[in-house]
Design a protein around this ligand. Structure first.
Ligand code: PLP
Length: 379
């Protein structure tokens, strides 16, 4: 039984995007191509982390290559992947100082050390188990989120590097403004990270690997590629706006539904809660069985469109379980296919379009597609 509103996840598209990224890196790298750390946090941006991880593992096995490192937001996400049989190395991005750390050891996860307190907690946990734990060290070069401050490392690093049960395998940072070509912070962060690399031996970081680039940085500046890159959005077939890369990407997720009813509205009548939409003429509207409980934003009312009969139908009202759309311009009938995200006929609604309509990023559009929406996989 599949609800009329469902998401279709194109796993061939996902592996094609992964290949396109690898080809770009191979063609552009001065030396050996950087590796790809596939970011599958937040249930792979709503696509289904286990299915995405397995597809990437299969693709690598098909080439006789080891699977790519995967990246999760927290230990629990990593444990879920291991429980499903995923064997690829898994990096955990999140701050761990207040987490239950058992999963790191029981499931062979690679944690990020992003604060002195996290280092202490991990060292104690590793010592208690007699384990030596490989970790990635996060440096805050200006985002002011997770990571050791870039300008204080001589004071903070020694405790980490001297922890007998921790082995720093890689050092990384994260950009705050990589998609914004005008913002000076990107270059400032890049240069701060460069300075740390230049001072690596003196800091006790000789021989580690380095990574920095999210999707936007990867596209924008190959100097950020280092030993590995960390694309999320690009894997799912979407370039971070406003970047328009010359890269063949296939949007992986589409979101489909059906018209459940069509009715007329007279001029002056209103639709939806708060009577915010007022018909300025006689209209025909269609009801679609998906609403904000499915992750569709309330702000789509008056801003969003969806495809019905190959035509763009404006969203008039959004409620918890349904949408009202204006289908005056098209012959719509109950049962007709509706596309909220993806292609119908010659037209496409992309996550970038939806994000632009309500003033957010495509990441949020994908991640918010709700738990009630069933994902069907192809293949
Ligand atoms: C989410 C995340 C990424 C991926 O970002 P995209 O913009 O989706 O490519 C990379 N690195 C870190 C640390 C992240 O949290």
């Amino acid at each position: 039984m599949v609800r009329p509103t469902h998401a279709v996840v194109d796993l061939d598209g996902l592996t094609a995007n992964y290949r396109a990224i690898r080809d770009l890196l191979a063609a552009g790298a001065a030396g050996p191509a950087p590796r790809v750390v596939a970011v599958i946090k937040a249930n792979a941006y709503g696509h289904g982390a286990v299915r995405v991880a397995r597809a990437l593992e299969r693709e690598a096995a098909g080439r006789g290559a080891p699977p790519p490192m995967l990246a999760c937001a927290d230990i629990e996400e990593g444990v879920e992947l291991r429980a499903a049989g995923v064997t690829a190395p898994i990096l955990v991005f999140g701050a761990l100082s207040v987490s239950d750390l058992d999963g790191v050891f029981a499931h062979d996860l690679t944690p990020t050390v992003s604060s002195p307190s996290a280092a202490q907690a991990l060292e104690q946990a590793a010592a208690a188990r007699g384990a030596r734990l490989g970790v990635h060290l996060k440096i805050d070069t200006g985002m002011n989120r997770f990571g050791f401050r870039h300008d204080n490392l001589p004071a903070t690093l020694p405790a980490v590097l001297q922890a007998p049960h921790l082995a720093v395998e890689a050092v990384y940072t994260h950009f705050a403004t990589a998609e914004d070509g005008d913002h000076p912070l990107f270059e400032r962060q890049r240069l701060r990270f460069e300075a740390i690399r230049a001072a690596a031996s003196g800091l006790g970081l000789a021989g580690v690997r380095w990574h920095a680039a999210n999707s936007a940085a990867l596209l924008r500046d190959r100097r950020t590629w280092y030993d590995a890159v960390r694309p999320g959005l690009l894997l799912y077939g979407i370039a971070p706006p406003p970047l328009e890369p010359d890269l063949r990407l296939r949007p992986v997720m589409s979101l489909r539904s059906r018209v459940v009813a069509v009715k007329g509205m007279r001029p002056g009548e209103t639709a939806g809660y708060g009577a915010r939409f007022v018909a300025d003429r006689a209209l025909r509207v269609a009801l679609i069985p998906a609403g904000y409980a499915d992750g569709l934003d309330l702000r789509l009312a008056g801003r969003g469109v969806l495809l019905v009969g190959g035509v763009r139908a404006p969203v008039v009202a959004v409620s918890m379980d349904s949408l009202v759309v204006d289908v005056t311009a098209v012959e719509a009938a109950p049962g007709d296919e509706v596309v909220l995200l993806g292609a119908q006929g010659a037209d496409v609604i992309g996550a970038r379009d939806v994000a632009g309509a309500i003033g957010t990023v495509p990441h949020e559009i994908l991640c918010r597609i709700g738990a009630r929406i069933e994902r069907t996989y192809n293949p």
